[in-house]
Write a protein that binds this ligand. Structure first.
Ligand code: F6R
Length: 606
């Protein structure tokens, strides 16, 4: 979704801003723009529909040495993608970039007079409002504060003025903003990846805070203009982690790096020699864990599916536990009841998803303990939960989530182990999970090394279909849902996931030559039932691609066999096969694999 960068210092702002915007491209966007100001207040506003590359060609024709500027990548909410709707927006002396949504922009628009609106955006209304409050005796930060007090909605904003060319004013309500502190320069960004390579010191703005940034100083205050002391934290992401490292796409890199990212998830947390697992950051005593009777897992998209899969593991590990898994965008508006002794696991790769964050706040408000299962360090969800676990999958740049899923499931399974240990549950079940978790990275590594070429070939066969059904039973049901999501996101083939047992209850009617069916079949106690499902599809002329761990005969058009020692966690390996399938189909179709159309990486609006 939208991205913000800002710079004040002695270097050329234009190149730092466009470089920062390029780092934010992965978030998904449809237009980009920057404004830079010279010391005497001349503004150079450049905006372009499309990619940052279009913007860069404008900056090379209009190169300026200005040391102050703000920039933005826009993901359209109000008004179509166009140069006029792209940020920064201007009103009088004021230029602004904005992430989020101003809900009362129509009312505010009626109140501001004397501004001729050029765009359809809510952001231009905010620019006009600030400008209307910015008379000659008022400082920019005071005009911004007054305007934001009248605003309903969410925002991360960066504002500059041609009248006060030594400062950037930034503020946050519901949309992340980070201030990078360098030596004699300050950068602002909505995402730490834009700061990497410039500084490792950052101030994370909280909701309701505003900062006045000059090249040498950052002054924090609240919306009542009371000063707040700033906490400078370390940014831990390195440059390597946000580069393609020789892969054609970030997506392939992220699929391939799962063995190592998973090792980071498990490191120090799964200790097979001692038959135990431990998580450091839960902030819960053994006694508190022992009393947990109910777990609610909240997430969106892939994070939700990770929760669905982890729930099977948790309920197998802890008998007296009830578990529900909820889609955040629905749960936040329901009259939900959480029993006493509940714990909420809030799952999010980005840690910024608006619906998930809203659930977290509502659950906290009701006095229920919240634990984050988050990838992005320092993100809002990670900061607001009572405790939790970083999944340590490293930056996920490709819009479609892959390595985060694997690490989320592993991290939640470790949480289940910790819960089981606290409740004194027997070693046998625990040990089976501990042993499988410990070898999972090696198993995935072996499968990736041996199966990529095969999946590339298989993808040639299935890239021509218009529709796909993904079917699985038990733990393979959430994996089927995730497989369908991955395929539709990046290949644009319409794909649905179903529990194999549901086939006869409706989806079987769909089967025809426009469809192929991915059937996930595990050689366990449900093997024969899965084969019955397969026979039903075959009998209707289906085109089945079976992904299975059995070496027995499987009557399908195509069979991809994985050779694994895993049982409980084999679904995670099968999911890796699905990731490769979706990736290769998307490449064959010539799609923008890392930035699929209409999608955004971090969904910070409802
Ligand atoms: C799927 C995907 C999305 C995200 C969802 C939640 O590939 O990327 O479905 O999983 O938007 O995002 P996070 O995990 O950042 O809360």
């Amino acid at each position: 979704m939208c991205g913000i960068v800002g710079y004040i210092g002695s270097r050329q702002a234009q190149s730092i801003l466009t470089g920062g915007l390029r780092r934010l491209e992965y978030r998904g966007y449809d237009s980009a723009g920057i404004v830079t100001l010279s010391e005497n207040g001349d503004a150079t506003l450049l905006r372009a529909k499309g990619k940052v590359a279009e913007l860069s060609s404008l900056t090379s024709k209009n190169s300026k040495v200005d040391g102050l500027g703000i920039g933005h990548t826009r993901w359209a909410t109000h008004g179509a993608p166009s140069e006029l709707n792209a940020h920064p927006h201007q009103a009088g002396d004021v230029y602004i970039v904005h992430n989020g949504i101003i809900e009362n922009y129509k009312e505010l628009k009626e109140e501001v007079s004397g501004h001729e609106f050029k765009s359809e955006t809510d952001t231009e209304v905010l620019a006009a409002l600030i400008n209307s409050l910015y008379d000659s005796d008022t400082k920019l930060e005071d005009a911004v504060t007054q305007a934001l007090q009248l605003t309903v909605g969410t925002y991360g904003v960066a504002v500059v003025s041609t009248r006060e060319t030594g400062k950037i004013v930034v503020a946050r309500q519901g949309s992340p903003l980070i201030i990078g502190v360098g030596s004699d320069e300050v950068l602002v960004a909505s995402d730490a990846s834009a700061l990497i390579g410039h500084t490792t010191e950052a101030i994370y703005l909280n909701d309701g805070e505003l900062a006045v940034c000059t090249a040498n100083n950052v002054e924090l205050r609240d919306m009542a203009s009371q000063p707040i002391s700033a906490k400078v934290e370390k940014i831990e992401v390195d440059m390597q982690a946000i580069q393609k490292q020789g892969y054609d796409h970030f997506l392939l890199k992220e699929i391939m790096e799962q063995p190592s990212t998973l090792r980071s998830t498990l490191n120090g947390r799964v200790i097979p020699e001692q038959h135990r697992a431990q998580l450091g950051g839960l902030n819960m005593t053994t006694d508190e864990l022992r009393t947990v009777e109910h777990v609610v897992i909240i997430g969106c998209g892939t994070a939700y599916y990770a929760g669905l899969l982890a729930a099977y593991n948790l309920e197998r590990l802890v008998e007296d536990l009830t578990i529900e898994v909820q889609v955040a965008s629905e749960f936040r508006y329901r009259s939900f009841h959480l029993p006493k002794n509940s714990v909420a696991l809030v799952v999010s790769q980005s840690g910024e998803t608006a619906d998930t964050l809203a659930c977290l706040r509502e659950i906290k408000r009701r006095g229920v303990k919240t634990l984050g299962v988050v990838n992005a360090v320092g993100s809002t969800i990670a900061r607001e939960v009572d405790g939790g676990v970083y999944v340590h999958a490293g930056p996920e740049i490709s819009v479609a989530s892959t390595k985060a899923f694997t690490s989320q499931v592993a991290a939640m399974t470790i949480f289940g182990l910790q819960l089981a240990q606290a409740k004194g549950i027997g070693l046998k079940e625990l040990d089976a999970y501990i042993e499988e978790l410990a070898v999972l990275p090696d198993e995935i590594e072996r499968i990736l090394a041996t199966k990529n070429d095969e999946l590339k070939e298989v993808a040639e066969t299935y890239a021509t279909y218009e529709h796909a059904l993904f079917l699985g039973r038990d733990t393979l049901f959430p994996v089927a849902l995730e497989g369908a999501l991955k395929l539709k996101e990046i290949s644009y083939i319409q794909a649905e996931g179903y529990a194999t047992g549901e086939l006869k209850h409706g989806p079987i009617a769909l089967i025809d030559d426009r469809f192929f069916e991915v059937m996930l079949i595990q050689d366990n106690w449900l093997f024969d039932k899965s084969l019955s499902g397969l026979a039903e599809v075959n009998a209707r002329g289906g085109h089945v691609l079976a992904i299975t761990d059995t070496q027995k005969e499987v009557d399908a058009e195509t069979v991809v066999r994985i050779d694994t020692t895993l049982d409980l966690l084999a679904p995670l390996v099968m999911n890796v096969i699905q990731q490769l399938l979706a990736y290769h189909i998307a490449v064959i179709k010539g799609n923008d694999v890392d930035q699929p159309r209409n999608l955004a990486k971090s969904v910070t609006v409802e």
